[in-house]
Write a protein that binds this ligand. Structure first.
Ligand SMILES: Cc1ncc(CO)c(N)n1
Length: 221
């Protein structure tokens, strides 16, 4: 079993609440409120900025070139791939970069991103990558699940572009690299005594992901 599969198996209820959240289901069947989706898109932009900072922290925490290169690839995946797609998607939904940058940060965005950064500051590289993993790998699983449920992407679904982004080869490869990186780090520094502590970090991050969806549904700040 991969380290990621072990962590998921240790926190099944939180994982289900995140990946089966109403926001996800409603994107899948196209019934999600478009204002809720716009609210989510703006907050996700702010999220991704802090997420890139967390990868920069992973470069700093690196013990060797392999660690640093893996983290630098993560920064580039966010800044060059995901952010580009994200801004394109925002444009299609009528949101300008100026409007997004001027938006106030929701509490759920602050809680999640600062939790990840704090976990990395306090802990080592494995703690940090465990805190990051529900985001990267979770979205890849959600993207694939939404494609599989419908037996393909329904082009009439207003959320088809989002679903295609996260189920697409480019993003799936980023998630696969994150799974392998977690196993590489675990081979060096994961002991059985430490596993429950990592499962707590994983569970906290997963619950904050579910809160992020809920913030979108409620259009909360
Ligand atoms: C909240 C959140 N989690 C994960 C991802 C995937 O990177 C994202 N874009 N936003």
């Amino acid at each position: 079993m991969t380290t990621f599969e072990r962590l998921k198996a240790a926190t099944p209820a939180s994982w289900r609440a995140y990946t089966d959240h109403d926001f996800v289901r409603q994107m899948g069947d196209g019934s999600l409120s478009q204002d809720a989706f716009r609210h989510y898109l703006v907050q996700d932009y702010l999220f991704l900025i802090h997420f890139a900072r967390a990868y920069a922290l992973a470069v700093y925490k690196g013990r060797n070139l392999a660690d640093m290169r893996a983290a630098a690839a993560g920064i580039s995946a966010i800044l060059d791939v995901e952010m580009k797609l994200h801004l394109k998607l925002c444009g299609e939904w009528g949101l300008s970069p100026e409007e997004i940058e001027a938006a106030p940060e929701a509490r759920a965005t602050m809680a999640y991103t600062r939790f990840v950064l704090d976990t990395g500051l306090r802990g080592d590289l494995l703690d940090l990558h465990v805190a990051l993993s529900p985001c990267i790998i979770g979205y890849a699983e959600i993207g694939m699940a939404l494609v599989n449920v419908a037996g393909g992407v329904d082009e009439k679904n207003p959320y088809a572009v989002w679903i295609k982004e996260y189920s697409g080869t480019e993003y799936q490869e980023i998630a696969e690299a994150a799974r392998a990186n977690l196993d590489r780090l675990a081979a060096d520094s994961l002991t059985e005594a430490r596993f429950p502590k990592l499962a707590v970090i994983f569970d906290q991050a997963t619950r904050l992901e579910a809160d992020f969806w809920q913030m979108g549904l409620d259009r909360a700040l």
